[in-house]
Design a protein around this ligand. Structure first.
Ligand SMILES: Cc1cc2nc3c(=O)[nH]c(=O)nc-3n(C[C@H](O)[C@H](O)[C@H](O)COP(=O)(O)OP(=O)(O)OC[C@H]3O[C@@H](n4cnc5c(N)ncnc54)[C@H](O)[C@@H]3O)c2cc1C
Ligand SMILES: [Ca+2]
Ligand SMILES: [Ca+2]
Length: 653
């Protein structure tokens, strides 16, 4: 069943225990039970990182809460995908935590200065209880700290008061927001109904901590109550965690009592729901919180707001689509309330979470990509970022932290690690080599035994499609260009002669023996105007001999067929499959076109900028005034997402 919860926010749901079992099952062929490539060791926390010079050589772990027992792991390469980036921090690699000031990345929504305690401001964490239908009053014991004023005012996102019933969608219901099993509508057995609480009222801002938390932290080390949570020790974080859990239980108690009493008695009331036992924890809460923002690795490129955000409500293609893309994504720059408002002014009293300024959930990103360079530390070797511990700004992290995205980060990091181990090189060698980028991208798009990863974020590309790899790689190489104003690849559409000319010219220029751009003089075709965006491509193709010089008209909107592709490829001296000639009258679809062109690219190989000639301190390879470490498009002087080598001369310049 795809959506057993009929939830209106998270539509695809799975019960925690079932999800855990699936992950175990996926891993089991590779653990001690199978090939032995993976060893899972639980409940160890990193306490120190071993290095040889600037290279990480291993990590020492201690049992959580029992510092005496140690585990030492030696490793040629370490990927840190922990919640808070502890390995990165302990290694001394550079990192960022908390808001980035405007002066750092020049982001439009970044603060110019930090307000008091601003270094602590993060996307909040939340402890998210899972509730199962109990069929009887299951009100939890009243938390000692409970104060209804924490929840009773209008707080962000809570315009639902329950008075229209649990299923009343006006104002959006907390109950159906993240319902995990909807047994009543799906005719499942009583007792199977389940819902998850993940509502802003129990979000826990990490800034301006309540007094008792601040005091408890200060007792561990003076000054710790003003630190960013990334810089706290696991023991100190657990002090914060206890209060986060308390907050969630207070909220549950509120739903079961004050809210229940106000809205009336429904069979689906939270009063008749109990905390699930499936986590096996003493408090029946999940073992860890939802962490939305953590440590961010200082990487060879830091993806920033102006690279990814929309200027219009409807997401289109991001401003910068870096050529070393390792995954495609789109989401909102989604900050839950990052601050708290103490309702009586007393930091020991009730509080409510609060959105402030540009930190909200109303800005989208466009269809964006994460560059490979963002996985690689600026200085440290033997280390790669994983999970949220990657080279993005705080604003971008708000959009890049979700489940599918983090799986893709893992795929990307692991693929870079695979190449490093195979070739005995460092991640920075991969980051500095466009030839290696491409191998990583191919490997990701092809998949290794399973589905490939979406690198170029087309909206309509199925991983099962036979053209999946070609559409991804031709997208990221920019040989195939998306339609203006559309996110769709549109595989079944017939290619026009204009589109084919553009793609073929770019392909030809992407090869090692690319012909020079011809000089363009007078207009060559009666139906290709001087200002036509594809004029240079079409006339170059003619100058290179692919189009009959005697033709007066080009018919740019005419449909291309297999024969057109055969003729043009042959005239350019490129490999043209016999099938193209035999089936010359077949209309050429986009799906077919990218597959044929990708084949040529594979047969002929691709030209790459030389390794080691760029990404050097102070270097600016394309001469656009942005140094290589701050240029998302390092081989693109006009930064229009078309590498200079593929960009025809402007005939009107
Ligand atoms: C309630 C909730 C709702 C969500 N809703 C959505 C949603 O609707 N859509 C969506 O796409 N995403 C959602 N997410 C986010 C998504 O679940 C996460 O982004 C994703 O699970 C992160 O995966 P990960 O592998 O990067 O990290 P995790 O799965 O969190 O793995 C991190 C691992 O590191 C381990 N670890 C942490 N610290 C240490 C340490 N010091 N030493 C050793 N190990 C350590 C942890 O135990 C954990 O196993 C939600 C998350 C939650 C909790
Ligand atoms: Ca540059
Ligand atoms: Ca550039």
């Amino acid at each position: 069943m795809a959506s057993p919860g009929n939830g209106w926010c998270g539509t695809e749901t799975i019960e925690p225990k079932a999800a855990a079992a699936i992950f175990e099952e996926w891993l089991s062929p590779y653990t001690e039970k199978g090939t032995g490539q993976i060893r899972i060791m639980r409940r160890w926390e990193p306490v120190s990182v071993q290095k040889a010079g600037n290279r990480i050589t291993g990590v020492t772990f201690a049992r959580a809460g029992q510092p005496g027992e140690l585990l030492r792991v030696r490793a040629a390469l370490t990927i840190d995908s922990t919640d808070w980036g502890d390995v990165i921090r302990l290694s001394g690699a550079k990192y960022l935590a908390g808001p980035d000031l405007r002066s750092r990345f020049n982001e439009p929504s970044a603060p110019e200065i930090l307000e008091a305690d601003g270094q602590q401001e993060m996307n909040p964490i939340s402890w998210c209880p899972v509730l199962r239908e109990a069929g009887r009053d299951s009100t939890i014991p009243k938390p000692a700290s409970y104060d209804a004023r924490s929840f009773s005012d209008k707080v962000p996102f809570v315009d639902w008061d329950g008075s229209g019933g649990i299923y009343n969608m006006s104002g959006w219901s907390i109950y159906t927001h993240r319902r995990m099993v909807d047994r009543r509508h799906l005719n499942l057995a009583p007792g199977t109904e389940m819902t998850l609480l993940n509502w802003p009222s129990h979000d826990y801002p990490l800034h301006q901590l309540p007094r008792h938390v601040a005091e408890a932290l200060e007792r561990t080390a003076p000054g710790s109550s003003k630190k960013n949570i990334v810089d706290l020790t696991p023991v100190q974080r657990r002090i914060v965690y206890e209060d986060v859990k308390r907050r969630s239980l207070e909220f549950l108690y509120y739903l079961q009592t004050d809210l229940h009493n106000r809205v009336g008695d429904y069979p689906e009331s939270f009063r008749y729901m109990k905390l699930t036992e499936e986590y096996g924890t003493a408090d029946r809460l999940p073992p860890k919180p939802y962490i939305r923002e953590g440590l961010r690795l200082e990487a060879l490129y830091m993806l920033r707001e102006q690279d990814v955000r929309t200027s219009t409500e409807e997401p289109m293609w991001a401003k910068a689509m870096p050529p070393d893309a390792v995954l495609g994504y789109q989401f909102n720059i989604d900050f839950h309330p990052t601050r708290r408002k103490f309702t009586t002014g007393d930091t020991g009293g009730p509080w409510q979470p609060q959105h402030v300024g540009t930190r909200n959930w109303s800005t989208h990103t466009d269809r964006a990509v994460l560059p490979l360079r963002s996985l690689v530390p600026v200085k440290m070797d033997g280390l790669l970022g994983g999970s949220k511990n990657i080279g993005v700004s705080s604003l971008v992290q708000a959009s890049l932290r979700l489940q599918g995205q983090m799986m893709h980060v893992g795929q990307a990091s692991a693929t870079v690690a695979w190449m490093c181990l195979r070739d005995r090189i460092q991640p920075r060698d991969v980051a500095a080599s466009p030839r290696r980028w491409r191998e990583v991208q191919r490997r990701l798009a092809e998949g290794a035994g399973g589905h490939g990863t979406l690198i170029w974020p087309w909206h309509d590309l199925s991983p099962n499609a036979p053209y999946f790899v070609a559409a991804n790689i031709l997208g990221v190489t920019r040989i195939w260009q998306e339609d203006a104003g559309s996110l769709f690849f549109d595989a079944e559409r017939t290619v026009t002669r204009r589109e084919l000319a553009r793609a073929l010219v770019r392909l030809n220029r992407a090869l090692p023996q690319a012909p020079q751009w011809p000089a363009l003089g007078t207009l060559r075709f009666s139906d290709v105007a001087a200002k036509d965006v594809d004029r240079a491509s079409i006339e170059s193709l003619a100058a290179w001999g692919a189009i009959n010089a005697k033709d007066a008209a080009f018919q740019p909107e005419g449909k291309a067929d297999w024969g057109t592709l055969h003729n043009w490829l042959s005239a350019l001296g490129l490999p043209a499959s016999k099938a193209l000639k035999t089936n010359a009258k077949y209309p050429l679809t986009r799906a077919e076109c990218v597959q044929f062109l990708y084949k040529v690219l594979q047969l002929r190989g691709e030209w790459f900028p030389e390794d080691g000639k760029w990404l050097q301190p102070g270097g600016d390879h394309d001469g656009d005034g942005r140094d290589d470490y701050n240029d998302p498009l390092p081989f693109d002087r006009d930064n229009n997402n078309l590498p200079d080598r593929l960009q025809p001369l402007d005939p009107n310049a």
